[in-house]
Structure formats: structure tokens, C-alpha cells
Design a protein around this ligand. Structure first.
Ligand code: 4AD
Ligand code: MG
Length: 464
């Protein structure tokens, strides 16, 4: 209202009727199923069946897994109306003799033709393998497989926000540019201006090249955890869901250079059990709700996709030492410390496919900020959650809250601000990080992480 008033005063020419779509979204047409209603849809032709007097076109607009069947009288068919073309169709909704909702076209307009022979890489009624589809990142959203995964991704993002809102968590936008390497694993990307003149001008002021712009070495974030910890000691329970970057030299089916991480920091959390209970409850909520909301998408992605058998079971907990013993008995132990990918998946199998928390890790395998285990001073109160498909899905810990202990572990003076959090009104906290793309792999049964986001980045690949 106020906006309209301002617009009238300054005589701007916005037509408010244009703000609302004049056409319908196919998901809502199919849901409401208003027989006899005049309806307009816009989308892409996914399939065409030509009969004597009629043409049947399956039209999709990306809003849902299902397509709308459009019946087109032959006189409305033009040469441009082919598989893959984009169309605007108006007509009346009716039920087919088989009871299926259909739109009988009265007008058909082709926005953009699509000539397969000119190089369109997809064919009708063909299931292209994901590796093939991945070569055409810019055209990938036209495929059932990719569009279904991206709709699941959208719902999962919404579910994460609704879960945290229901528990009164505050959503924080942690920075992408940062001067800390939270995990200390040396996997940061450095950020510098790509402008010689700027660099030259700033160098003259006596700065070194690495820190020429910000005054300190600056990276793309590997984790928002340290910033979340600052927020948590003032705002209580907080979380963030944002882009995260790792310069790992890994081209595996589980690693990306840019991925989305969900991170939460739980205020007054003083036992790792609380962290485990939270993670388990959240995952069971997401896995249950996604079935209610995106069943058809899950079916499009993988016809074999079933409700996980673990959904009504308790997650398993093993200490790191117990896990190593089990691996030893299976003949899978190595002289190397830690748990590698093959071992992670073997442990999940050992637990009959039920997700398993590995807790109480040797200090030297984990990051500086983790709290010493009260049971064993050589260990820290850390957890990894291992699941089918991906192995590690979540990493988390209680945070060292003892000022002196943290001071002795602090990797750099640049983190004095982090230490100072323990000096004034400190509280115990714990938190975790979960890779959104790995969660989608588990949910959808997608073996390669590169198929869970629109534009994957990995070593030697930053297409588009
Ligand atoms: O285990 P990570 O490194 O934990 C942290 O960064 C903590 N600071 C989180 C916290 O406590 N706030 O990473 C968390 C999760 C992993 O379990 C994995 O699911 C995902 O992030 N992840 C990746 N996903 C895709 N590609 C990569 N290169 C990833 N590295 C980690
Ligand atoms: Mg980890």
C-alpha cells in the first residue's frame, strides 16, 4: 500500500497487475485439479505423442516431478512444437477417460524451438547416465534427474530452516572472507585483488603482497564455527548454512572445492550426548519430512529409493578405540592412524546400515578447539557421524572452554579474539558441521557429490 502511494506521488509506471503471474504453476494446477477452469501454463515439452487428430504433449515447468498432459488439436500444431521446445499453452482443464487431469489446448505459442539435430544433447524417453548429463552443466536442469535433485535440495534447505526455527535457533550469516583457518588443515584458498594497479598502489604503503588488501592474509572460509562461537556467547543457540571452501586436492565422489555447510553451535552444551541427540533428531526429521514432500522426486532420481531401515532405530555410538578394534577383527586395520573412507563404510556396514557416531578421538587427529575428554586426557570430546553412501556426514565436538588449556593449544596470536571469548562470561558450548551435498547423497542415493548441486567445483574444474 505505502509503496503504491509513493509510486503515485512520483508518477512511476508500475502496472501492479503484472506483478502476479498471469499463468499457473503446474504443481498447483495438478494439486487443485479444477476441472473446467480456463488455465494457462508455461514450460517445456518433455514428450510428444502424435495421433490421428490429436497430439499429446507432456509439459513440465520445473515446479514438480509430475508433468501436465496437454491435448492439442492437430490444427494448432506447428513445426516448432517439438520435444524440448518452450511453450505457452492456454485451454480448459478436464479429466481423461483414464481419470488423468489434462489441459485441452485452445492456444499454443512456442517461445523457443529446440532442434535436437542442432546439438541438443538429450533425447525423449531416454535415461541419460549422470556422467553424461554432467558434461552439459548449463542444460542439466532440463533433465528429470537433475531437476528432481534440485527440488529435493530446495526442500531440504527449507526443512533445515524450519527445524532450527522450531527450536528457537537464530540464523547467523557468518562471513565468507575470513582471516582464520578454523580447521588448521591447510586447505584454505587465499583471496587477493586481481588488479595490478590496486596491488601496486597498496604495496607502496609498505604492505606485503599476501595481506595487501585487508592488512592480513585473507581466505575463503573453511568453516563458520569460530564466528558462530562468538555469536553463541551472546545470542544463545545459533546456526548458519552457507558456502564453504576447501582447497583439498581430491577429485573423489565425496569432495567439492565449494560446498554448503550447515553448522550449529549449542549454548550451555556440556556433554557430547546432547550434541548426538540433537543431530539424530534433526536427521530423522529431515528424512521423514522429505518423504512426505518429495516422494515423486525421490522416485525420479532412483526407482529403488526406499525409506531407510534405520529411521525407527537408535543411532549407534562407538568410541574411536572400539571402532579400531572392530576394524582389526575384520582385517581392515592399518598402521596409519585415523579412519579412512573404506573403513568408515565398513563400520556402517558392521552396524547394519544404521548411522554410527564415532566419539572420543585421539587429540592429534583433531582440531585445536576441541575439549579434552574427562575420561582420557589423550582424547578429545569429538564426534564423526558415519552414514551409508558417504561415510562421514557430520563432524562436531564440545569446545575447549578452559582459558589456560585453550591458550596452550591456540595455533596463532591472530586468534586471541577467540581466546578472549573464554575470558568474559564464558559458557560451555558444542557444535557440529554437516555437508549439505553429502546429506543429499544419502537422502537421494546419489553416488557422486557433483550431482547434488547446480554448478560443482572441484580440482581442475570450475566450468561456467
Ligand atoms: O568435519 P568438518 O571439517 O568440520 C568442521 O568444519 C567443523 N568446524 C564443523 C563445526 O563443528 N562447526 O566438516 C564438516 C562436514 C563434513 O562432515 C562433511 O560432511 C562436509 O562438512 N565436508 C565436505 N563436503 C563436501 N566437500 C568437501 N570437501 C567437504 N569437506 C567437509
Ligand atoms: Mg571431519
Amino acid at each position: 500500500m505505502w509503496f503504491k502511494q509513493i509510486c503515485t506521488k512520483v508518477k512511476c509506471n508500475i502496472n501492479f497487475n503484472q506483478i502476479h503471474r498471469k499463468y499457473s504453476v503446474i504443481a498447483s494446477v495438478l494439486e487443485k485439479s479444477n476441472i473446467g477452469e480456463l488455465t494457462e501454463v508455461k514450460g517445456w515439452v518433455k514428450n510428444l505423442r502424435v495421433q490421428k487428430d490429436l497430439i499429446f504433449a507432456d509439459v513440465s515447468d520445473g515446479s514438480c516431478a509430475k508433468r501436465l498432459q496437454v491435448v492439442i488439436p492437430k490444427h494448432l500444431k506447428t513445426d516448432d512444437l517439438t520435444y524440448g521446445s518452450s511453450v505457452h499453452i492456454s485451454g480448459k482443464l478436464s479429466k481423461s477417460p483414464r481419470g488423468q487431469l489434462e489441459l485441452t489446448a485452445e492456444n499454443v505459442k512456442v517461445y523457443g524451438k529446440c532442434v535436437v539435430l542442432e546439438g541438443y544433447p538429450f533425447n525423449p524417453r531416454t535415461t541419460h547416465p549422470p556422467e553424461y548429463i554432467r558434461q552439459y552443466l548449463h542444460l542439466r536442469p532440463r533433465t528429470n534427474y537433475m531437476s528432481a535433485i534440485l527440488r529435493v535440495r530446495n526442500t531440504v534447505t527449507n526443512l533445515i530452516h524450519s527445524y532450527f526455527a522450531s527450536k528457537n535457533y537464530i540464523h547467523i550469516h557468518t562471513p565468507i572472507l575470513t582471516s582464520n583457518d578454523c580447521e588448521g588443515a591447510g586447505e584454505v584458498f587465499k583471496v587477493q585483488p586481481d588488479n595490478e594497479a590496486t596491488v601496486k598502489a597498496m604495496m607502496q604503503k609498505g604492505r606485503n603482497e599476501d595481506s595487501v588488501y585487508f592488512g592480513s592474509k585473507t581466505y575463503l572460509t573453511v568453516s563458520g564455527q569460530l564466528h558462530l562461537e562468538a555469536m553463541c556467547r551472546g545470542m544463545g543457540n545459533v546456526y548458519t548454512l552457507g558456502p564453504t571452501f576447501r582447497a583439498e586436492n581430491s577429485r573423489s565422489r565425496l569432495h567439492l572445492s565449494e560446498f554448503y555447510m550447515l553448522e550449529a553451535e549449542i549454548a550451555f552444551c556440556d556433554h557430547i550426548d546432547q550434541l548426538q541427540a540433537f543431530i539424530e533428531d534433526m536427521l530423522k526429521y529431515i528424512f521423514t519430512e522429505i518423504r512426505n514432500k518429495n516422494e515423486s522426486d525421490l522416485f525420479l532420481i532412483d526407482k529403488e529409493n526406499k525409506i531407510p531401515t534405520w529411521l525407527n532405530k537408535d543411532f549407534v555410538t562407538l568410541t574411536y578405540d572400539e571402532a579400531r578394534n572392530i576394524l582389526g577383527k575384520k582385517g581392515l586395520d592399518t598402521t596409519e592412524e585415523g579412519i579412512n573412507k573404506e573403513q568408515e563404510l565398513a563400520l556402517v556396514e558392521y552396524c547394519n546400515g544404521v548411522p554410527v557416531f564415532i566419539v572420543r578421538w585421539p587429540k592429534q587427529l583433531k582440531s585445536f578447539y576441541m575439549k579434552d575428554s574427562p575420561e582420557d586426557s589423550s582424547k578429545v570430546d569429538a564426534l564423526d557421524l558415519l552414514t551409508p553412501v558417504t561415510g562421514e556426514l557430520v563432524g562436531g565436538s564440545l569446545r575447549e572452554d578452559d582459558y589456560e588449556k585453550l591458550k596452550s593449544k591456540l595455533p596463532s596470536e591472530a586468534l586471541n579474539w577467540y581466546l578472549e571469548l573464554r575470558k568474559f562470561g564464558n559458557i560451555p558450548t558444542g557444535g557440529f558441521g554437516l555437508g549439505l551435498e553429502r546429506l543429499l547423497q544419502v537422502l537421494c542415493g546419489v553416488s557422486n557429490i557433483k550431482d547434488t548441486l547446480p554448478f560443482p567445483r572441484w580440482p581442475h574444474n570450475c566450468d561456467m
